[in-house]
Design a binder for this molecule. Structure first.
Ligand code: PEP
Length: 259
């Protein structure tokens, strides 16, 4: 099945009001010709969503948020609800990023609640999964990823999952400059797709997009995207430079294999 490539740019807690808008403008200006065959989404910090959204208006690039509350509204100081995000024109959201799981202590139960909230609110969600270095060294990478998937997908129908993206992001590769090898990424993506097939059905498994994240740069994107079953990437550091991000987008537009 032909899957439309997906590239996400996770800006994390970087940029300021002016540089975020300038980055979005640079991407937007390039988007018309270069990006029409792929889905491109940027995930700026919450305070800049509105200005980045304005800069992306009428471009092919969608607006995403890095997180959302598991609750709809109420007395939850500092939280941001799905409805607030959609109010701002946000259509995508990251859920379960490893920095939230491991640095900010988000449990699998909370990730599952957030994921369900995103889908129930009509947001497209990128579910991030991936093992730590210790887990990998202990031979538990597959088990950990399956556990994260099982927890987040629990109780959700195949129909509700057709538009989601799963981001395989080994924790040891995020922000370290050490990307997974193309073979490692291929293997992990194959296991994720096979889990979706056994847990749901082969139709969902062959349609769902699974992207790789972890130290993607223009120099390794082409090789990783050439692996069958890798449908694009989630990009952190390299998404902060318009030229690098666009070059990764072009690599996805040209070279994604399906299978
Ligand atoms: C990420 O934060 O999702 C990520 C993949 O970061 P980096 O590209 O910097 O490793």
């Amino acid at each position: 099945m032909q899957r439309r490539p997906f590239i996400g740019g996770n800006w994390k807690m970087n940029t300021d009001l002016a540089s975020g808008a300038a980055l979005a403008q640079a991407l937007g200006a390039a988007s018309v010709n270069a990006l029409s065959s792929i889905d491109v989404v940027v995930f700026p910090p919450f305070p800049y969503l509105q200005s980045v959204g304005r800069a992306l208006n009428a471009t092919a690039i969608a607006l995403g948020a890095q997180d959302l509350s598991s609750e709809a509204n109420g007395a939850l100081t500092g939280e941001v609800s799905a409805e607030m995000l959609t109010d701002l024109g946000v259509t995508w959201v990251l859920v379960g990023h490893s920095e939230r799981r491991h640095r900010l202590g988000e449990s699998e139960a909370l990730v599952a609640e957030k994921f369900a909230m995103a889908l129930a609110s009509g947001l497209c969600a990128v579910l991030c999964v991936g093992e730590t270095l210790e887990e990998r060294k202990a031979g538990r990478a597959h088990e950990v990823v399956v556990r994260q998937l099982e927890s987040a997908l629990h109780g959700l129908s195949a129909d509700s999952l057709r538009e989601i993206v799963v981001a395989y992001e080994p924790v040891w590769a995020i922000g370290t400059g050490v990307a997974a090898t193309a073979t490692d990424a291929h293997e992990a993506h194959r296991e994720i797709r096979s889990f979706v097939s056994s847990r749901y059905d082969s139709e969902l498994a062959s349609g769902i997009r699974i992207v790789y994240g972890g130290s993607l740069v223009p120099g390794n994107a082409k090789t990783i995207f050439a692996e069958p079953g890798v449908d694009g990437g989630l990009v952190g550091g390299a998404s902060l430079k318009a030229g690098d991000f666009l070059s990764i987008c072009s690599a996805a537009a040209i070279g994604i294999a399906t299978g």
